[in-house]
Design a binder for this molecule. Structure first.
Ligand code: UDP
Length: 355
């Protein structure tokens, strides 16, 4: 029996892990132990995903959230190390680029436990992003790197990974697996507070936007203008953004709703005519559901969507946001090349782990 210890803690990780955990459960050679760091803890940022996505309850539930990046990562490191010493897994599995990812990888590396990283090789080339630091260090510590895209493979090649002992595999994107699997389970679900369709679905939570008052004010102005003049803007508000708006004294005059579950998010994506976001995952989900995306960032890790014209980078410039939204609203986007593997990533990952 191969014992895999998975460390997760933030919303996108619950969505990514759900499909991989299902695939692991189908492999008799594998046993999975889940650790939830507590990085996201609210019912609508954590609990609802365990209910909706059929994730088994974590064997170890930590309550580490908030505070500085270093403080949070340090506390996770202490607690995850303690659990690793107790559980003695054969391998640690981490996802993406959060503090939970880095803490899980670092704790394992210090104990010489092999690490597999799902969503390896992504780069924004912006070291001011906490996520970029987390993903570069996690890739360095991992010996199995599951890459979602050709661009991710190429980034690792450029960084000299081909000369190391690590295994680098292109498996496709687990978020497409989740989108495909759970889209079949939404059954016309209503989303409280949202009527109609053909709206602009917006999400906003990256630190580079919420923690910069000038950028935040510009994005708020653009969203308010779009809502008043182009189409209804529906925005499930991330707790970090709620706090930042309050501190900056800014008001969003759009259809604001609390964060929704993943099934509701799929329904919103399906009913939208455009996605406006600074999220990593939501850029791809727009594409999976055939919607154009306008991204409120200066760079993206998902460069293939820019290359094929499915996604437009506009940063936090009011005029650029308005122009891109007007140009893209209602446009249909087609995935001609199965850029993200078509929903087979989780199976490939589990099969490789079972080897
Ligand atoms: N999401 C959700 N409910 C919401 C907003 C987002 O389920 O109210 C999902 C979204 O569909 C995607 C994931 O959360 O699968 C993205 O997470 P987030 O934007 O927080 O993180 P990022 O992808 O930027 O790391």
């Amino acid at each position: 029996m191969n014992r895999i210890l998975t460390v997760i803690g933030a919303r996108p990780q619950f969505i990514k892990a759900s499909v991989v955990s299902m695939a692991i459960a189908e492999c008799p050679e594998l046993e999975e132990i889940v650790v939830h760091t507590g990085q996201h803890f609210d019912e609508n940022m954590s609990g609802i995903f365990f209910d909706q996505l059929g994730l088994s309850r974590p064997r170890h539930q930590l309550n580490i959230s908030g505070g500085s990046h270093g403080g949070m990562t340090g506390r996770m490191l202490i607690e995850v190390e303690r659990i690793l010493l107790e559980e003695k897994p054969d391998r640690v599995l981490v996802y993406g680029d959060t503090n939970s990812t880095l803490a899980g990888a670092l704790a394992a590396a210090k104990l010489n436990i092999p690490i597999a990283h799902v969503e390896a090789g992504l780069r924004s080339f912006n070291m001011r992003m906490p996520e970029e630091i987390n993903r570069i260090l996690t890739d360095q510590l991992s010996d199995i790197l599951f890459c979602p895209t050709d661009a991710a493979m190429e980034n690792l090649r450029q960084e000299g990974f081909a000369n190391k002992k690590s295994e680098i595999l292109k498996v496709g994107d687990v978020m497409q697996d989740s989108a495909v699997f759970f889209a079949g389970r939404t059954s016309q679900r209503a989303v409280a507070g949202v009527e109609g369709e053909n709206f602009i679905l917006a999400t906003l939570h990256r630190a580079e936007n919420t923690d910069d008052p000038v950028r935040l004010a510009a994005i708020v102005a653009a969203l308010n203008k779009l809502h008043a003049t182009l189409a209804q803007v529906v925005l499930p508000l991330h707790p970090r953004t709620r706090e930042a708006l309050k501190n900056a004294g800014l008001t969003l005059d759009v259809t604001l709703i609390d964060p929704v579950g993943y099934l509701e998010m799929i329904v919103l994506l399906q009913r939208s005519a455009l996605v406006l976001t600074d999220s990593g995952g939501v850029q791809k989900e727009a594409f999976f559901f055939g919607k154009p995306c306008v991204t409120l960032r200066e760079q993206t890790e998902w460069v293939e969507l820019i290359d094929i014209g499915a996604n437009t980078l506009v940063g936090a410039d009011v005029e650029a946001i308005l122009a891109a939204a007007r140009a893209n609203l209602g446009r249909k986007v087609v995935d001609e090349q199965a850029l993200y593997g078509g929903g087979q990533a989780a199976k490939r990952i589990a099969r490789h782990l079972a080897k």
